[in-house]
Design a protein around this ligand. Structure first.
Ligand SMILES: Nc1ncnc2c1ncn2[C@@H]1O[C@H](COP(=O)(O)OP(=O)(O)OP(=O)(O)O)[C@@H](O)[C@H]1O
Ligand SMILES: [Mg+2]
Length: 330
C-alpha cells in the first residue's frame, strides 16, 4: 500500500496511528499525550485485518490524564503493550537510522527487541540483566561510602555474571538466525559481503572480581553486555563510521527485511511492515529491488511524497491531504 502526499500533510501521522493501533505505542515518542490532536481531549486508533487465518480488530485509545487502553476483538487488554506480542510490526523511519549510525546503545536496544521477537521466552532477559547491573552499581556505591561491607556486592556480581552470560548467548543466537537473511537482502540491494559481528565477551565472576576496585571507585560495572556492541559490516568496513548515507539506509532495510523473513519462517505469519520515507536517497535500481522484495514480504505500508517514487504499481494507493485520506486509482 502506497501513501502519498505533500510534505506536512500527515503521512507519517497515518503510519504512526497504524503502529499505535497494532503495537500499543508510538515508534516516535513514549509520551502518549503527544498522540492527541492539539486542543483535543483524546485520541483513538483502530485497525481491522487478518493475522494468518484469524480476524483481528485492534483499538487503542488515549485520554488525557487517564492513560492508554487497548482492546483486542472487543475485549480489554491489561496493558496496551500486550499487543506487541500478538501482531508483529516492523517499522522503518529515518529516525531509526540511529541503529546503524548511532552509538552502541542504539544497536543494543534494537537487537534486544529483535531478540524478544525471535525468542519470546527470552524477551525479559535484557531487563532482568539491566536490573542486576543497577543493583550491583548501587551496592558498589554503598561500599564506596562505607555504608556496608563489600560482601553485599558479591551476590550481585554473581547474578550479573550469570544473566550476562545468558544474555550474550541469547544475542548470539538471535544474530545467527538473522545473519543469513541479512547478508542475502543486503547483497540484493547492492551492499556486498554484509555481516553482523558481536563485539563483547560474556562476563565472568572472576572478571568482575578482578574489576572490583575500579568498579567501586567509579560506582559502575565496567564489563558485561550492557557495554557490548553489534558491528554492521559490508566488505569488512564498519558501516557506522564508513558507510555512505545510502549504504546506512540499505543496511537498516536489509536488517528489517531479514527480521521480517525470520519472523515469517518461525511463526508462519509475516509481520506488518511500515516504511516511512524509505525511498528517498535510493537510486532507481535499488527502489525497484526494494519494491519487489517488499511485495513478497507480506503487507507493507510505504509513504512517499510522489507516487512516481515507487517503480512498481501498488495494490492500493492512498492520497493524504490535511485531515483526509482518499483512495486513489492505483
Ligand atoms: N498532536 C498533533 N496535533 C495536531 N497536529 C500535529 C500533531 N503532531 C504533529 N502535528 C502536525 O501534523 C503535520 C503532519 O505531519 P506528518 O509528519 O505526518 O507529515 P508528512 O506528510 O509525513 O510530511 P513529510 O513528507 O514532510 O514527512 C505536521 O505539520 C505536524 O506539525
Ligand atoms: Mg513524514
Amino acid at each position: 500500500m502506497l501513501v502519498v502526499g505533500e510534505n506536512g500533510v500527515g503521512k507519517t501521522n497515518l503510519l504512526e496511528a497504524v503502529h499505535v493501533a497494532a503495537q500499543g505505542f508510538s515508534p516516535r515518542t513514549r509520551t502518549d499525550s503527544q498522540l492527541v490532536r492539539f486542543g483535543a481531549e483524546g485520541a483513538r486508533a483502530a485497525i481491522s485485518g487478518q493475522r494468518g487465518e484469524v480476524s483481528l480488530e485492534l483499538e487503542v485509545t488515549v485520554r488525557k490524564g487517564e492513560g492508554k487502553r487497548a482492546r483486542l476483538n472487543g475485549a480489554p487488554l491489561r496493558a496496551a503493550e500486550q499487543l506487541r506480542t500478538m501482531v508483529s510490526t516492523l517499522v522503518f523511519t529515518p529516525d531509526r537510522l540511529g541503529v546503524v549510525k548511532g552509538p552502541p546503545a542504539a544497536r543494543r536496544a534494537y537487537f534486544d527487541r529483535v531478540l524478544g521477537r525471535l525468542a519470546p521466552a527470552r524477551s525479559t532477559l535484557p531487563a532482568e540483566y539491566g536490573a542486576a547491573v543497577a543493583q550491583r552499581n548501587a551496592a558498589l556505591r554503598r561500599a564506596a561510602g562505607d555504608f556496608s561491607g563489600r560482601d553485599a556486592i558479591e551476590p550481585w556480581s554473581e547474578r550479573v555474571a550469570a544473566l550476562g552470560a545468558e544474555l550474550v548467548a541469547a544475542r548470539l543466537d538471535a544474530l545467527a538466525l538473522l545473519e543469513p537473511s541479512f547478508g542475502a537482502r543486503a547483497a540484493e540491494l547492492g551492499l556486498g559481503e554484509a555481516s553482523l559481528r558481536y563485539d563483547g565477551e560474556p562476563p565472568t565472576a572472576e572478571g568482575l572480581a578482578a574489576a572490583l576496585e575500579r568498579d567501586i571507585e567509579r560506582g559502575a560495572t565496567s564489563l558485561g553486555p550492557h557495554l557490548d556492541d553489534v558491528v554492521l559490516l559490508a566488505g569488512g568496513r564498519d558501516l557506522r563510521s564508513f558507510g555512505s548515507q545510502g549504504e546506512q539506509r540499505l543496511a537498516l532495510l536489509a536488517l528489517l527485511l531479514a527480521e521480517s523473513e525470520t519472523i515469517a519462517d518461525r511463526t508462519g505469519v509475516p509481520p506488518l511492515l511500515l516504511l516511512d520515507d524509505v525511498l528517498s536517497e535510493l537510486d532507481p535500481g535499488r527502489r525497484q529491488i526494494l519494491a519487489a522484495r517488499v511485495r513478497s514480504a507480506g503487507q507493507a505500508l510505504v509513504t512517499a511524497t510522489d507516487a512516481a517514487m515507487l517503480p512498481a504499481a501498488p495494490d492500493q494507493l492512498l492520497e493524504v491531504a490535511p485531515g483526509t485520506v482518499l483512495e486513489a486509482a492505483a
